[in-house]
Design a protein around this ligand. Structure first.
Ligand code: COI
Length: 331
């Protein structure tokens, strides 16, 4: 059995090599992403392991299938950039890694929330200028706040546990109710109810056609004045222009964004200087003291990266050998 792994970064290499040695399975690591220019390298392999934020296009998937590769394993959780029609048409089996480390995402989300509440960004800037005064940079306590969690899957539940540790009151919204959380009575019936009651709103949903720009002008309008917004899920969940308007008006008191709707090609790139970042809207957000932008790094921990590589390879072997895997994605 031979597997090709695309988009392998230096930090993934030790985990890939270890897995290959332990399992005695050949894995060809390719630094480039899977696209039109690299897909031919997959000829002769039994399966492909991939990670990238740019689209897996129909023509690339058609080519993979024409080489007999019907086992595709994503090293990440989101599948919103996979052409579903091409997957179905070619009968390609796809796996993702649904839980490489929910803690990785949840810990960053809450870290950034706490940074917003304690205004550490403002203190960092003041201190850099020799201003060691307290006022007017007075903080809020999470202990006194209601945190509204949109989507209570694995990541949402980690966020809930961490926020409970801080003493926050939790409310949650999800189409699927987790039985334990249901018993705790945390669920509200509608998003509008969550918007009306939460002091902090943190989104943990996958991106679908239905929830694109769910946090838009109308949604912000239903929220409490001075709400804090956390998005470590998918950029498209937030209408960026509406968020900027809500920050300008003070409706939103602060936002932590680990994702951004136009992040592909921008995040994980070194532009050399702030001015050289080719996205004015993003720069507008980064410049604000009450907005914390991180370049989609919530997943980027040693534990998560190891799991992403090794779980995806295990799944790929299952697809190749058995034609199925627990992490198979339905399209
Ligand atoms: C995902 O797992 O879908 C993510 O968003 C993390 C990715 C940047 C590796």
């Amino acid at each position: 059995m031979k597997i090709i792994a695309y988009g392998i970064r230096d930090d993934e290499m030790p985990y890939l090599k270890q897995w290959s040695k332990d399992k005695g399975i050949e894995v060809k690591a390719v630094a480039a992403l899977l696209d039109e220019s690299t897909v031919d390298q997959a000829k002769g392999y039994d399966g492909a392991v991939v990670y990238q934020q740019k689209p897996y296009t129909a023509s690339v998937l058609d080519k993979l299938a024409s080489f007999g590769i019907k086992s595709l394993s994503l090293r990440n959780v989101g599948v919103d950039n996979v052409d579903a029609d091409a997957i179905k048409r070619n009968d390609i089996k796809v796996t993702n890694v649904p839980a490489y480390s929910p803690s990785a995402i949840a810990e960053l989300a809450v870290t950034q929330l706490m940074r917003l509440l304690r205004q550490t960004n403002t203190f960092d800037r003041k201190i850099a200028h020799g201003d060691l005064r307290w006022a007017p940079t007075i903080a809020k306590e999470l202990d006194q706040m209601t945190v509204g969690v949109i989507a209570t899957g694995r990541i949402g539940r980690k966020v809930i546990n961490i926020c409970r540790g801080f003493g926050a009151k939790i409310i949650g919204y999800d189409v699927y109710h987790n039985p334990e959380l249901e018993k705790d009575g945390i669920y509200v019936d509608t998003l509008d109810e969550l918007y009306a009651k939460a002091d902090v709103i943190t989104v943990h949903s996958p991106a679908t056609k239905e929830n694109e720009h769910m946090l838009n002008d109308a949604a912000f309008g239903k929220m409490k004045d001075g709400v804090f917004i956390i998005n470590a899920a998918r950029g498209v969940l937030v209408d960026t222009d509406a968020l900027i308007r809500a920050l300008d008006s003070g409706k939103v008191a602060g936002a932590a964004l680990d994702v951004y709707e136009d992040e592909v090609g921008i995040f994980n790139t070194d532009f050399g200087s702030f001015d050289a970042i080719p996205d004015e809207r993003l720069k507008n957000l980064i410049k604000r003291e009450n907005v914390l932008v991180t370049p989609h790094v919530a997943f980027y921990t040693e534990t998560a990266v190891k799991n992403m590589v090794q779980y995806a390879l295990n799944s790929n072997v299952n697809l190749i050998e058995k034609g199925s895997d627990d992490s198979q994605v339905k399209f």
